[in-house]
Write a protein that binds this ligand. Structure first.
Ligand SMILES: [Zn+2]
Length: 336
């Protein structure tokens, strides 16, 4: 089987091409954007990360199907993450393409532009999650970073609710799927049986949950509801943002749901043994498919793991299976 990150423009349905774009220094390795021929231009699902390598490869890949970047009239971006959103913004600046994004991601964009935010928002949430050292390290690590605000300009249209979007001869159903981020959208093409899934349903990995600068109340609950929503639709081929195209969205949704059921069980067991913070529970759980320990993950991944654990514990609190109390500024979970 060829590597899905191999450059090119790969036809997945008539007039629809998968174009993997590079993510150097990123564990995900590449992001798929999907170019849909509309008859008088291209609509892209996701834009890629605004870096030179990505832009060059987008040009080259489009050239292989006799198209160019200036043909892109519209971007339907699945969510605000840099590897999906930022290149849509830079291409729009040059060619005036129209960009849309889910309204649920507006708080994240607003936060990036808020001049009054002094401390990275993850520092406080890591602290209350019981990860004091991690919070300090995170603060040090992010203090040196200033986002390039020109990459984070607002979209032309905020998507809200579920609705149909005409793309050439096709009709895409824009389906709000909060979870990975609050503004996440997937786009279903029922005519050709395709689901442009963004990061909502990924074929070999699970999308991060609860890792948003503006924390959602129940990110895991939202994600599981959004999985159920996609499961209730007719089964479609899965066109993910990271990974190869697969035959069945339903099959992967079932695996993801089962994965989180197991993680919820593990959280319950960990807290039943002893009341604990999100950090303590994360330290007791295995991470990644290689079953690594929290202390062996780098700063970024251990923060992801801690916040994802927090999302699982918060869902168990919402279901009445656990209690949460604030002790010395740290949320402690217990079985009542
Ligand atoms: Zn993402």
């Amino acid at each position: 089987m060829t590597d899905w990150t191999e450059p090119g423009a790969f036809e997945v349905a008539p007039g629809v091409h998968r174009i993997p774009l590079p993510l150097p220094m990123d564990g995900l390795r590449a992001v798929n954007v999907y170019a849909i021929d509309t008859g008088d231009g291209l609509t892209l699902i996701d834009g890629g990360w605004a870096i030179e390598e990505s832009r060059t490869l987008l040009e080259k890949s489009l050239a292989s199907i006799d198209r160019q970047v200036s043909d892109i009239t519209r971007f339907l971006v699945t969510h605000v993450h840099r590897d999906h959103y930022t290149q849509a913004v830079t291409v729009r600046r040059e060619f005036g393409s129209h960009v849309s994004l889910g309204i649920g991601d507006k708080p994240t964009l607003d936060l990036i532009h808020d001049p009054d935010v002094e401390e990275d928002p993850y520092v406080e949430v890591l602290r209350t999650s019981g990860a004091g050292q991690m919070a300090t390290d995170w603060g040090t690590y992010t203090a040196e970073m200033t986002p390039d605000l020109t990459l984070w300009e607002a979209p032309d249209t905020w998507l809200s609710g579920d609705h149909e979007i005409a793309v050439g001869q096709r009709t895409l159903e824009a389906v709000s799927t909060p979870g990975h981020t609050q503004g996440h959208y997937v786009f279903a093409d029922h005519g050709d049986g395709l689901l442009f899934a963004g990061d909502h349903v990924l074929p070999t990995i699970t999308p991060s949950i609860g890792f948003e600068p503006k924390l959602a109340g129940q990110p895991l609950g939202d994600f599981l509801n959004s999985l159920a929503k996609v499961r209730a639709m007719p089964d479609l081929r899965l066109l993910p943002a990271h990974g190869a195209v697969t035959g069945s969205t339903h099959a992967r949704v079932d695996e993801l749901t089962a994965h989180h059921d197991v993680r919820l069980d593990l959280c319950r067991e960990a807290v039943a043994a002893e009341p604990a913070s999100s950090y303590d529970v994360a330290a007791r759980l295995p991470w990644t498919r290689h079953e690594r320990k929290l202390k062996d993950l780098d700063l970024f991944n251990s923060a992801l793991a801690t916040l994802e654990t927090r999302a699982h514990l918060e869902l168990l609190v919402a279901r009445g299976e656990m209690t949460r109390t604030l002790t010395d500024g740290v949320h402690i979970y217990a079985i009542p």
